[in-house]
Design a protein around this ligand. Sequence first.
Ligand code: HEM
Length: 474
Amino acid sequence: MFLLTGILVALLCVVVAAYLWHVRKAYNFFIRLGIPGPAPKFFFGNLSEIIKAKGRPSVAIQQWTDKYGHIFGYFEGHTPILVISDPEVLQDVFIKSFSKFHSRRESRFMSSQAKDAHLFNAVGLRWKRQRFVLNPTFSSLKLKQMSPLIHRSIEFLMEKMADQCAKGEPFDIYAYFKRFTMDTIWSCGVGLDTDMQNNVNDPYLLNSQKMFSPNIFRGIIFILTLLITELTKIWRSIFQDGLSSFEKSDNTGVEAPRVRKITKYEASANILLFIVAGYETTSTALSYVAYVLATHPEEQRKLQEHIDAHFDPETENIMPTYETVSEMDYFDMFIRETLRIFPIAPTAISRQSNEDFRIKDFGTVPAGTLIAVDMYNLHYNPNLWGPLDPHEFHPERFATNRHPMAWIPFGVGPRNCVGMRFALLEMKMLLVRLLKTYTLIDCGEKTRKPFEQLTEMPVIAPKEAIIRLQRRDE
Ligand code: HEM
């Protein structure tokens, strides 16, 4: 018995020692390639710097770019992440050599069976097939057909706005935007008439919100998959995500050549993905627009005049058509400038190489390397956005042709955000209705503070967006 215990303990010690040796060796990755970066701490990598940056990876990344340049590496646990903000190298990775970089970093929360189920996670031919089938979901024709459904949700929101305006008090417009985007995605994506904006206890709303609420168990899994990546499958199998109920259906893992269909299993997974991807991103983007409008009254007035020039202010309730909204260049520039200054999901844009690749001045980077982008650096780079200071809000800067990698809040290349046109249409239709009738008023500290304390989990968001509404005809 003692002998057996002794052997088991000895074996365990060998396994632990071999693992620690493997971890230590991993830290040579960037040294071997001659790529600079912050020195990692054993086992934790550079996580302490991310925690010091108030838990915001994109801020830590921006600080490292300032220190180490446009190509550097850091470690999450002992996983090397290559960060690029050199626009030419990025253009090669995301566009020109896309065939080598069609994968993105695997979601830590997906169970192994659900791994390839939807567009965000699928790789290779499976991704290509799904994207081919799903791209037309957001074609001009489909968006036109969806417009009345979007407008139906806008009508509900406008009723709430009328109540809030009548009260004359500051309120959190972000909370309303969240219910609006959830309502819209359920009606456009699933075809269900939900009642989320009137009924805060709507079962679809409550269950959907559960997917986004902070969860200690998720946090533990996140840390474990970060630090001990080798056991990711085990951590995932402990965590049951929303896809588990579909798992045993038809995900065979076999990719039939040249089939242009998605399976029932993939359809369910993609619907869930659209709900996740379309809810918090778009409502958060709207909260930034609300903040910019309230804190830049001159810009707000200009946008209102632009809207008045396209829509008769007397016909408040008419649905803004897809065609007219799409023609409004200044409106488009206004939203683009907001998302340049306030990008929402920089960490969603990752790529993984499936072949070795060369980076000029550095050499060959091995297949399997994870690539992240410093979106803040690109969005605030004076060489890409000058001559006017990129920290200033100036929509007209989009009238000049910029580098294809200068503005990437929706990602870029063949694997960019498939829902971008839908999100922009939804935002524009709502803002036309809102700004035809109301002016958003700055409530001082209450408005500004939440936007000085953004969190990143993983969407970069304020806690609330407090403004007041004033009718324009008063
Ligand atoms: C303001 C709103 C939104 C923002 C800022 C945003 C941002 C992003 C970003 C940064 C990516 C990664 C792109 C890349 O890796 O190059 C992405 C991917 C994706 N987004 Fe969005 N998104 C938004 C709205 C939406 C909506 C409304 C939907 C669906 C209804 C959606 C569905 C997706 C999907 C399915 C992908 C994965 C695409 C693929 O891998 O082929 N997103 N999004």
